[in-house]
Design a binder for this molecule. Structure first.
Ligand code: BGC
Length: 283
C-alpha cells in the first residue's frame, strides 16, 4: 500500500490502472512494465487501445469529444463551473488530449470517466471509536490502542468496500459534496435526521489527503483525484448514534473496524491509514 505522501508524479507508480482488463468491458490494457510507467521513460512500442464507454453518450456529467467543434475547453483552469485544475500540478496537453501526470496506463480515451483530464471526487471518512456493550472503547490487545470504526459502503459497480465518496458536481464546493455523499450513500433512510447537529458535525472535518487516486478507471487522458476529509464522532453521539442504511451507489453500508488488514477500493486503505495514525488508533 503506498504511503500517501509518496504519491508524487515521477516517483509513485500507479498499479491499479495498469496491466489488467479495464472495468465493465473486455478491453485489455496495453502492458506497461514498471520501468515504462513515466512518460520520461522511452517506450517506443507503446500502442494502447482507445476506449470510451457507451454510458458517457449524451450524459450531462460527461464532456463532449475532444474533437467535437462544440467542445470549447480551458485546460488547467476553472472552466465555467467545471474545475480542470489538477491538485498535482499543471498537466500537459498533447494533440488536444490531457496527459495523465502519473504516466502510462495502457489505455487511451476516457474509459468510464466523464471528464478529460482530472475528475474530482470527495471522500468523507466518518469515524467513531469501537465500544463494548458498556460503552467503553475497545482496545486491541496487541497494540494497546483503541480501535477505530469507519463508515464503509459496498460499491454497486465492483462489489468492493469503499469510503462513501462521490464526484464533485460542477460548481459544488467540496464540503457540500462530502456531506451530500455521506447522507445519500450511508444514511438513506435517515430522512429528516439532517438536524443542526449533523450539519454542525460536517463543519468539523480534517483534511487527510488531496491528490491523485490510483483508480482502476484511470486512463492516459482521464484520471481520478480526490479530497478526503475525516469527520470523527469522538463520543459517538452524532452520526455514531444512527443506523446506517445504504442508498444511491451503495449496496451495503456498515461500521467497519479499521486495521492494517482492511481491503478497500482504489487507494482508500492508504487514506484510512492516515486517519488511524492521526487518532493514534490501532492499525
Ligand atoms: C468514488 C470515490 C473515490 C474516487 C476515486 C469515486 O467514484 O466515489 O470514493 O475516491 O472515485 O477512486
Amino acid at each position: 500500500m503506498p504511503a500517501l505522501n509518496a504519491m508524487i508524479p515521477g516517483i509513485y507508480k500507479h498499479s491499479r490502472c495498469r496491466n489488467n482488463v479495464y472495468p465493465r468491458c473486455d478491453v485489455r490494457r496495453y502492458p506497461v512494465p514498471d520501468e515504462s510507467v513515466f512518460w520520461s521513460q522511452p517506450y517506443p512500442d507503446y500502442q494502447p487501445p482507445v476506449y470510451e464507454s457507451d454510458v458517457l453518450a449524451g450524459k450531462d456529467w460527461a464532456d463532449l469529444d475532444v474533437d467535437d467543434p462544440n467542445f470549447k475547453v480551458r485546460w488547467n483552469q476553472l472552466d465555467g463551473k467545471v474545475s480542470r485544475v489538477s491538485f498535482i500540478g499543471e498537466y500537459e496537453v498533447r494533440d488536444g488530449y490531457p496527459m495523465n501526470l502519473f504516466g502510462r496506463t495502457g489505455l487511451r480515451g476516457r474509459g468510464l470517466l466523464g471528464r478529460w483530464g482530472p475528475n474530482h471526487a470527495a471522500d468523507p471518512v466518518v469515524t467513531k471509536w469501537k465500544r463494548d456493550a458498556a460503552g467503553e472503547p475497545v482496545v486491541n490487545e496487541t497494540t494497546g490502542r483503541r480501535i477505530l470504526q469507519m463508515c464503509a459502503i459496498e460499491r454497486h459497480d465492483c462489489g468492493e468496500w469503499a469510503i462513501p465518496g462521490g464526484m464533485v458536481d460542477p460548481g459544488e464546493t467540496v464540503s457540500t459534496t462530502l456531506k451530500r455523499e455521506f447522507l445519500e450513500e450511508a444514511m438513506a433512510s435517515a430522512d429528516g435526521v439532517a438536524t443542526d447537529q449533523v450539519e454542525q458535525f460536517f463543519t468539523g472535518g480534517r483534511e487527510i489527503y488531496k491528490g491523485y487516486v490510483d483508480d482502476p478507471r484511470n486512463t492516459d487522458n482521464a484520471w481520478m483525484e480526490t479530497v478526503a476529509v475525516n469527520f470523527h464522532d469522538g463520543d459517538g453521539s452524532v452520526v455514531g448514534r444512527f443506523d446506517l442504511a445504504a442508498g444511491d451507489d451503495a449496496a451495503k453500508v456498515r461500521w467497519m473496524d479499521v486495521d492494517g488488514g482492511v481491503k478497500l477500493y482504489a487507494s482508500h486503505a492508504s487514506i484510512v491509514r492516515r486517519v488511524a495514525d492521526w487518532h493514534d488508533a490501532h492499525w
